[in-house]
Design a protein around this ligand. Structure first.
Ligand SMILES: [Fe+2]
Length: 249
């Protein structure tokens, strides 16, 4: 398999990965304006982009996902909870669903907390083994921090959901997993994010200051961190563009 981590503006991290042998690839969390770059990377790898996924409806940047999917003839996929909330069709992903791109398979994990529709992607290269190799964590688990739960209101309820997604879902996965987050230091979607763009689950379990095992202490700490962060610039306009009937330019 191959994997490209693509740093985008606003400290975001997007991904292109897949199987060169069977010429199939998946894109995650592409920014508007980066679509042509992803098409060029796919051409250079000689793969077809099968799926373009957003790990959630973003509040900090305009997504290039719908446009890239249209240009590439790929499925545009989001968590199923967006059905009825957006005025366009998409491939609705459910918890546990598996997508395939050649020898690479991706299991969808619903990990609400940053937003209700947040997903993480558990990726396996079946040409190596049947165990997953890495986890694309969107804005749920960062290197050194966890996602903020307050952007769309109901922050205490969302903080509780984040606890369950982290401790109930992600931290029960194998320690050897590499963590590939949706943003690095400088993003306003979490506080205290490292500038190092990759980690392992074992290292984060030991040293991520946001992963506080006591539930009540976790909720208080994540709310205190989140409320000290600025809101993403032009957040309402960005969300409106990401769900508008018209694909963002
Ligand atoms: Fe986010």
């Amino acid at each position: 398999m191959f994997l490209i981590q693509h740093p985008s503006p606003l400290s975001s991290l997007a991904y292109l990965f897949g199987c060169t042998g069977k010429r199939a690839a998946i894109v995650v969390d592409v920014h508007a304006g980066d679509e042509e770059a992803f098409l060029a990377m796919a051409r250079e790898k000689d793969v077809e982009i099968r799926y373009v996924i957003d790990t959630h409806i973003h509040a900090d940047h305009v997504s290039g996902g719908r446009r890239l999917a249209q240009l590439a003839g790929a499925h545009y996929a989001l968590h199923e909870s967006n059905a009825g909330a957006v005025p366009w069709d998409f491939m609705a992903l459910r918890d546990g669903q598996v997508l395939e791109a050649g020898n690479v398979s991706v299991q969808v994990l619903h990990t609400p907390g940053h937003t209700d529709d947040s997903i993480s992607l558990l990726v396996t290269d079946r040409s190596r083994c049947d165990e997953p190799w890495f986890l694309v964590t969107g804005h749920t688990l960062f290197v050194g921090a966890v996602g903020r739960p307050d952007l769309k209101g109901r922050e205490r309820e969302m903080a509780e959901k984040m606890y369950d997604s982290l401790f109930g879902t992600l931290l029960s996965l194998p320690d050897h997993l590499e963590i590939l987050p949706g943003a690095q230091a400088g993003s306003v979607c979490g506080g205290g994010i490292s500038g190092k763009p990759v980690s392992t689950l074992a290292f984060e379990k030991r040293y991520n200051k946001g992963l506080i095992r006591d539930r009540a202490a976790f909720v208080e700490a994540i709310l205190e961190t989140a409320l000290a962060l600025p809101q993403p610039e032009a957040m309402r306009e960005i969300i409106a563009a990401n769900i508008a009937a018209e694909i963002p330019a």
